[in-house]
Each structure stands twice: as C-alpha cells, then as structure tokens.
Design a protein around this ligand. Structure first.
Ligand SMILES: Cc1ncc(C[n+]2csc(CCOP(=O)(O)OP(=O)(O)O)c2C)c(N)n1
Length: 567
C-alpha cells in the first residue's frame, strides 16, 4: 500500500520506539504536522523556540539513554536548532533532528525560507541526510537512529523537502541496515587489557578519571565494582559527575579549571590515570605539558580518534566503557591504597571546598541546602557560568546519571529546555533547573511549555544581576572593568513566573533558603525561586586558562596567600 512521506516518517519513528518529539511547525514541515493526528502514540511537545526543542530532545536522551527527536521547519526553524545540535555533538548525545526543506524544484533558487541546513550542520552532526524520494525515508530513519545511538553517540540531521512529505510511495521498513564504515568496536583488545592490568599492578598512586562515556554506556555499576575491587579512588569530569556516588569513600571530586583543588592536586601526584570515556578536555588539563607529568595513562574510549588526541596513552583501549570494565573486572587485582587515600584526605583537609563566610546570601549555600533537602537524588540541569560550577561543586549526587549540563559547547540557555526533556523522560524524578539569570533569559519562553505540559519542574534562579562568569573574568583579568556584564534591567522573575501560572518565591536572606526549597519540593506543580545572591561572588578554586595546578587560585577567604597575591 502506498503511503505519504509524512506517514512513512511517523511509522519509522514509532518503529524506533520514539514516544515524544519536540518541535515547532512551519510551511515546509506542515505536511508532517498534519499527519500527526493519525499517530496518537507520537506525542508532540510544542516548544516556544526551536533551540528549546533541540535542547529538550538532548535532555530527554541523556536521562533515558534513548534517542531524542526534535524537528523544525526550513530556514529559520532549522537554523534555530543549531545551538542544540552543536551541543549534542560536543557532548556526544544521541539526537535525530528532522528539518522540513523547500520543495525539490525550489532547492537552490533562494526560495522563501530556504537554507542549506545540511551545509551548515556538516561539522556539527555525526551524519546528515537530504532525502529526495519518499521511498527512502524508512531506511534513512533507521540508519539515522543507528548512527546517532551507536559507537560514540551524536546528532544526525534528516532534511526532507516539502514535496517528499506529500509524495506517495511504496516502501519497506528494513529491520537492519548496513552502514559502510560504521562498525563501532565494543570490546577492548585482550592484549591491551593485559597490559592495563600490569600497569595497575605496578601503580602506587592510581586514579580513575571517569567521563561522560561512563554515563553514556551506563557503566556506573561496573565503575563502582571496578573501583571497589581495585581500591582506586575516582575523579569525575564535569560531564562524568554522578557516574560515581559522591558519598562513597573512594570519591574524590571534579578536577580542572573550577574543580576541587584536591582533585587537581591528586592528579598532579598520581602515577597512573585510568581515563574512562573522557577526552582530556582543556578545562580538565589546563596546560597539557604540565598536566599529570608523573602519570602513565590507560585510556578507554569508544572513539579511537580521542585516544592520544590531547594526551599520549601508554595503554590505548578502544571500546565501550561498560564492555571494557566487564572484561577488566575478573582480571584486575583486589587491592587497596591506604597511604594514597590518606594523602588525598590530607589534600582535602588542606584545600577544602566549602562555603565561605559572608554577610550576603551565597549561591554555594543554596546548592548545599538543595543537595541536602533532595538527598542528592534530584535531576539537576544547569546553564553555563558560575552557577554551573557551583552546582558541580556543591551538589552531592548519590544516584547515577542525574546531572545535565552543557559541558563541551558551554551553551547558556540549556538550563530550562533540558529540564523539560529530563522531566518528560523521567516523570518519576524531581527535576531542579539551576539557572543563571543570564542563561534563563535566553530560553525562558519555555516556561509556557512547562505549564502546558504540566511538568512539575523546580527552577532555582541564582540571580546575581549579571553575567557572573564574565564579570569574574573581567575582575581577574581586566582589572574590574565590567563591560556589558552587569544587568541594569532584569525582569521581576517572580511576576514573570506568575504570568505563566507558575508559583514563585523570592529569597533574599539565608534564613529563607531552606523553607523556600522545601516549599518548592512539596508543591506538586512547577515552582520558581528567585534567589537574590551576592553580585560579586567568585567561583573558586580557579586555574586560569592554559595554566597548571601550580597556578591554582584558591578562595582567599578559606586560606592561601598565593590566591591573595594573584587577586
Ligand atoms: C550562548 C552563550 N553566549 C555567551 C556565553 C559566554 N558566557 C559564558 S558564562 C556567561 C555568563 C553567564 O551568566 P548567567 O547565565 O547569569 O550565569 P552566572 O555566571 O551568573 O551564574 C557568558 C555570557 C555562553 N557560554 N553561551
């Protein structure tokens, strides 16, 4: 039986197990929209901006481990998806983005709302398709899902001309597809595994560096078993946070530019790094030449291109972290490193990460209370900036896969839409969006999406009336020359939330923090809390870009004459 291209797309998506699509309609994609009523099991979430649709699909994918789907019309609809697609690329998140395109005969004529979205997206997608025959749609959708979700995950774009949506075609839905050149290696090579075990046996001060790959491959149980059997302490990168429980004796913390000083110092003293699904990003390493000079490296990654890219690996292991850990578990020795752990404890005592004294309300204490009240079990999303770093430092995640943040791209505006995707993917979980007042204003139009879909998301605006991280850099590197970083005009976020029908509270004093958070947790619907915090608070510690742990600036209020010298 012949079907329209639009019907073929919907059926192919349902066959991939898709339950929800985020998007906004427009001329070129209208035939697909008008077909939706025939497919009631395909839930459509109408966002208020296409960036919101792409980032919600990303959040949904991260919490569920499934492919997130978003779509948009041609031209501006498609270009609005770009930040979300780039974000999924940088953080290896499986997303399929479908864009409507002008009709085939109009392509290349600068037609109304025509954009070469394939050309634009080439460097920020794993793969891109433009489909010229409706009959190809089932195979293309199948391939797109395979490419997005296997190997190192990432976004795939399918661009579909309007008249391909309406074309009638007879088509088969393939069960499997062959994609030339796409053969992800899952198992580690046995000889390399044996070499890794030998290095582990020789090490005196080993560390595990757990990255996003641990969460992507859902290897948190294996990681825990591996750490407990070998006795090796665990450091998590920003995107690896919540891959290992923060209350575990072997947990050290996050290293790097704004990581805990003791985590960076431990790396500096380590003699072996077991890097699992992480890529030695510059925010972790700082100056590569000075990074972990005394350490050998075992590097496990599913993407062979990552191994040796930034840091030479003594033992490269190409494979899926979960598979590799399962292979390693029976062959690694039972061990413990009491002296090494004692040294790390000493570093923690000497370089503490704690809320400094202050008269005014501090973001750090808000996050500590939030962590305490939610028991470290809420899903936390953030934007980018100071609040993101404080959330990473002060929220103690005790369950796996709870932290959603824009790590690679560093895209402000991620905090609200990713929370929408997360709450739809995990309706059983409490979701807190920790937002900067800057980033929140980039996608706050999605509050309407929250209300329309009855999502009980809680928003904590860390309101410093500024682009805090920029202001901090201006303070440190540009002698307090605050150009365009302090807001003279912010909306009244409480009234704004109320305008959307969201319950809202304002907190100006530390005495109100706990009750406000408790009230928000107890309320069955969405709640926004506007926390008015100190404007000039800084994130510490701070390793300036390109520098090493030797140049680490610590919070002058906590100690460190070195920090005072630098400020
Ligand atoms: C889309 C986007 N534009 C600009 C930046 C550069 N940038 C990084 S942090 C930051 C300030 C963020 O301010 P806010 O969201 O209020 O968070 P805060 O740092 O105050 O916690 C800016 C402008 C960015 N990361 N993303």
């Amino acid at each position: 039986m012949k079907k329209s291209g639009a019907q073929l797309v919907c059926e192919a998506l349902l066959r991939e197990g898709v339950e929800v699509v985020f998007g906004i309609p427009g001329g070129a994609i209208l035939p697909l929209y008008q077909t939706l009523p025939q497919y009631p099991h395909l839930r459509h979430i109408l966002t208020r901006h296409e960036e919101g649709a792409a980032m919600a699909a990303d959040g949904y994918a991260r919490v569920t481990g499934k492919v997130g789907v978003c779509w948009a019309t041609s031209g501006p609809g498609a270009t609005d998806l770009i930040t979300g697609i780039a974000n999924a690329m940088m953080d290896s998140v499986p997303v399929v983005a479908i864009t409507g395109q002008v009709s085939r005969k109009a392509i290349g004529t600068d037609a109304f709302q025509e954009t070469d979205i394939i050309g634009i997206c080439l460097p920020i997608t794993k793969h891109s398709y433009q489909v010229w025959r409706a009959a190809d749609l089932p195979r293309v959708v199948k391939e797109a899902f395979v490419i997005a979700s296997t190997g190192r995950p990432g976004p795939v774009l399918i661009d579909i001309p309007k008249d391909v949506f309406t074309e009638q075609a007879e088509a088969e839905f393939p069960e499997t597809v062959e994609i030339p050149g796409h053969r992800p290696v899952l198992e580690g090579h046995p000889a390399q595994l044996r070499r890794a075990v030998r290095l582990i046996q020789e090490a005196r001060r080993p560390l595990i560096l757990a990255g996003h790959g641990v969460l992507i491959s859902r290897a948190w149980d294996e990681l825990r078993a591996f750490a407990e059997k070998t006795g090796i302490p665990v450091i998590t990168t920003l995107l690896g946070i919540s891959a290992f429980p923060a209350d575990h004796v072997l947990y050290v913390g996050m290293p790097g530019m704004h990581g805990a000083a003791y985590a960076s110092l431990a790396i500096d003293e380590a003699d072996l790094l077991i890097a699992l699904g992480m890529r030695f990003d510059d925010r972790v390493t700082g100056n590569l030449e000075a990074f972990a000079r005394g350490a050998k490296v075992i590097h496990v990654d599913i993407d062979p291109a990552e191994i040796g890219k930034n840091r030479k690996a003594d033992v490269p292991i190409v494979g899926d972290v979960r598979h590799v850990l399962r292979q390693l578990l029976p062959i690694v020795p039972h061990s413990s490193y009491p002296q090494w752990l004692a040294r790390i404890e000493q570093l923690k005592r000497e370089h503490p990460l704690r809320v400094p004294d202050s008269k005014g309300l501090l973001p750090q204490e808000i996050i500590e209370h939030l962590s305490d009240i939610t028991g470290g079990r809420a899903i936390i999303t953030t934007g980018v900036g100071q609040h993101q770093m404080w959330a990473a430092q002060f929220y103690k995640f005790v369950e796996p896969n709870l932290f959603l943040t824009s790590g690679g791209l560093g895209a402000m505006g991620y905090e609200v839409p990713s929370a929408i995707g997360a709450q739809i993917g995990r309706p059983d979980k409490m979701v807190w969006s920790i937002a900067g007042d800057g980033g929140f204003q980039m996608t706050m139009c999605e509050l309407a999406t929250v209300v329309e879909n009855r999502l009980p998301i809680k928003f904590a605006i860390i309101n410093n009336r500024s682009l805090g991280m920029v202001r901090q850099w201006q303070q440190v590197f540009y002698q307090r020359s605050y150009v365009a970083s302090c807001y003279e005009c912010n909306p009244d976020f409480v009234k704004l939330a109320e305008a959307y029908g969201i319950r809202a509270l304002r907190v100006t004093d530390r005495k109100q923090v706990r009750t406000a958070i408790e009230e928000a947790c107890e309320h069955p619907g969405p709640v926004l809390v506007d926390f008015l915090v100190e404007q000039e608070e800084n994130v510490y510690p701070f390793i300036p870009p390109g520098m090493s742990v030797k140049e680490l600036i610590e919070d002058p209020r906590l100690r460190s004459p070195q920090a005072e010298r630098m400020l």
